[in-house]
Design a protein around this ligand. Structure first.
Ligand SMILES: Nc1ncnc2c1ncn2[C@@H]1O[C@H](COP(=O)(O)OP(=O)(O)OP(=O)(O)O)[C@@H](O)[C@H]1O
Ligand SMILES: CC(C)(CO)[C@@H](O)C(=O)[O-]
Ligand code: BAL
Length: 282
């Protein structure tokens, strides 16, 4: 595996890889876990070569968010990726991605609004901007993202479609199902922030989501199911629920009568850590 940190070295490496087959990109912010490694394995199955980027992107963190605290463990991550047969690790410093004078923003309307977009103003501009840059830097044939960040995936697909991206083309942007811990909690680098006590409470999130979906399936009124869901998370020990909403899985439009094709989206906070999850309604 080649580790590259400078743009001036990147093109040589990606050209060499693409001379002998297809190239898949897996963008990450590092602190890798089984969720990321599942993306890498799917990418390896689909392409001849896999590139992984590790970049903690300052532009997608709000002023009061955890940019400084975000876990950085490049040597450990590099060893994990090497063991998975990754060909290229692209790990630029912030100044390489946003040099002095950098002034361009990619903003995707519609799907960026609501859900995480409402709680984290500017977050999806930061995501769209850096993913657009990563695509142009690496020019992969395909890219892999996790469905844990479902709204992010919708934003990236919308951007690729709207900007007529070809490397990768929108049809080559793949979503990978959420990888969960044994107790159902969606894997996330931020789970490492949880105390032992809060980690146990965190598992009530997917459990309560399944219960709520069952009640909706049984015909209970959605409004009262969602209110009970919020109350039960707070009773379990969560500090707050940022949102608990059912939306169309594709365009994220609010669903008035939940049914097939809709998903349940939740963000909730515990001990200062913000957890997100989503599941199909039917
Ligand atoms: N549990 C998971 N299952 C599937 N994909 C995942 C999972 N966790 C992360 N990913 C995907 O890995 C990619 C990189 O995500 P990122 O590095 O932000 O990790 P993360 O665990 O989501 O971190 P964070 O705690 O910051 O949300 C994204 O496409 C994300 O959706
Ligand atoms: C896609 C991404 C790597 C862009 O910084 C990030 O949002 C993430 O890790 O999901
Ligand atoms: N996993 C999405 C990246 C973020 O929360 O900033």
């Amino acid at each position: 595996m080649q580790t590259v940190t400078q743009l001036s070295d990147l093109r040589r490496e990606t050209d060499a890889l693409q001379a002998s087959g297809t190239l898949a990109l897996v963008p990450t912010m590092g602190a890798l876990h089984e969720g990321h490694l599942t993306l890498v394995r799917e990418a390896r199955r689909a392409a001849d070569h896999v590139a992984v980027s590790i970049f903690v992107n300052p532009r997608q963190f709000g002023a009061n968010e955890d940019l400084d605290a975000y876990p950085r463990q490049l040597a450990r991550d590099a060893a994990l990726l090497e063991a998975e047969g990754v060909s290229l690790l692209w790990a630029p410093p912030p100044g390489e991605v946003y040099p002095e004078g950098y002034a361009t923003n990619v903003s995707v309307l519609g799907v960026s609004e609501g859900l995480c977009g409402a709680n984290r103003p500017g977050h999806f501009d930061g995501v769209a901007t850096v993913v657009c840059k990563l695509f142009n830097q690496v020019r992969p044939d395909m890219a892999f993202f996790g469905e844990k960040d479902w709204q992010q995936l919708a934003v990236i697909r919308r951007m690729a479609r709207d900007l007529d991206l070809t490397r990768p083309h929108v049809d080559a942007i793949h979503g990978v199902a959420i990888v969960r811990e044994d107790d159902g909690l969606a894997m996330s680098s931020r789970n490492a922030y949880l105390s032992v006590e809060n980690r146990a409470i965190a598992a009530t999130l997917p459990r309560e989501m399944r219960l709520a979906i069952e009640r909706i399936g049984a015909g209970d009124a959605t409004g009262s199911v969602l209110q009970t869901f919020r109350d039960r998370l707070l009773d379990a020990g969560f500090d707050s629920v940022d949102y608990a909403e059912i939306r169309d899985a594709r365009d994220l439009a609010p669903a008035s009568e939940p049914g097939p094709g809709d998903r349940f989206f939740v963000a909730a906070r515990i001990g200062g850590t913000r957890l997100i999850d989503n599941m199909p309604v039917a």
